[in-house]
Design a protein around this ligand. Structure first.
Ligand code: NAP
Length: 234
């Protein structure tokens, strides 16, 4: 049975990944930060193992790796966003964004990589964003953090390829999760209008892409940025 670690699995895209991987017969471990009830309910529903661990804290991720043991697949999904004009972004806002979205991915890989190198097999899937590709107004720190996910992915793909480990990222467009709950209906309508497929995406559609990148069918794909965005960025 293949084993997968999904960070930020309690809600949204991460929860869809938990359901999708569990549905394909994976042994699923997922982390979360605060949503105890949602995590417990999802663990009960799917048979997945929930671990309360902040991705931005090295000790938490080391504890998560101890609890889970080795995994074949890592989905670096945990993330935060914030909308603010650049003059209003505080140093704390900036540091928190980078700590969760960038350092969290680094700490997770460090904590879980050893077994993959030993097995000469692994799949690492990082969740970036269309704003990391093209920049989002009033989301400078979020966009910079998601651009960093792409750079991290490509560098790590080169480094780990000889160890039989692929490293790819998914770049979602506008996906229906709580992260976008702040959008007004006018904002959502404007984004939908800009999207060639004329709708927002579902968390399940991102999870399907993650399942594909984790599968043997994606064995010769590494360092790629896979858009799941309805065509809003090409
Ligand atoms: P979401 O609904 O807000 O869920 C975020 C998840 O991340 C939750 O499970 C949350 O755990 C977890 N998390 C946040 N901070 C954490 C931390 N420090 N340590 C551990 N877990 C943490 O977000 P989403 O929309 O599913 O987004 C998932 C990923 O996709 C993010 O990386 C996001 O940037 C990216 N993305 C989303 C969209 C979109 O339109 N939704 C588009 C592009 C990219 P708790 O429940 O415990 O808080």
């Amino acid at each position: 049975m293949k084993r997968v670690l999904i960070t930020g699995g309690s809600r949204g895209i991460g929860a869809a990944c938990v359901r999708a991987f569990a549905g394909e017969g994976y042994r699923v471990f997922f982390t979360y930060k605060t949503s105890d009830n949602a995590a417990a309910a999802l663990a009960e529903e799917t048979g997945a193992f929930a671990i309360k661990a902040d991705v931005s804290v090295a000790e938490d991720m080391a504890r998560a790796a101890n609890a889970a043991g080795g995994v074949d697949v890592i989905v670096n999904n945990a993330g935060i966003s914030q909308i603010k004009p650049v003059q209003d972004i505080t140093e704390d806002d900036w540091d928190r964004m980078m700590a969760v979205n960038v350092k969290g991915m680094f700490l997770t890989v460090k904590a879980f990589l050893e077994g993959m190198i030993h097995n000469k097999y692994g799949r690492i899937i990082n969740i970036s964003s269309m704003w990391g590709e093209e920049g989002g107004s009033c989301e400078v720190h979020y966009s910079a953090s998601k651009a960093a996910v792409i750079g991290f992915t490509k560098a790590l793909a080169k480094e780990l390829g000889p160890s039989g480990i692929t490293v790819n990222c998914i770049s979602p467009g506008v996906i229906d999760t709580e992260m976008n709950a702040h959008l007004s209906s006018e904002d959502t309508a404007a984004l939908t209008e800009e999207t060639p497929l004329c709708r927002t995406g579902s968390p399940t559609e991102v999870a399907s892409a993650a399942l594909f990148l984790a599968s043997d069918r994606a064995g010769f794909i590494t360092g790629a940025v896979l858009p799941v965005n309805g065509g809003i960025v090409m």
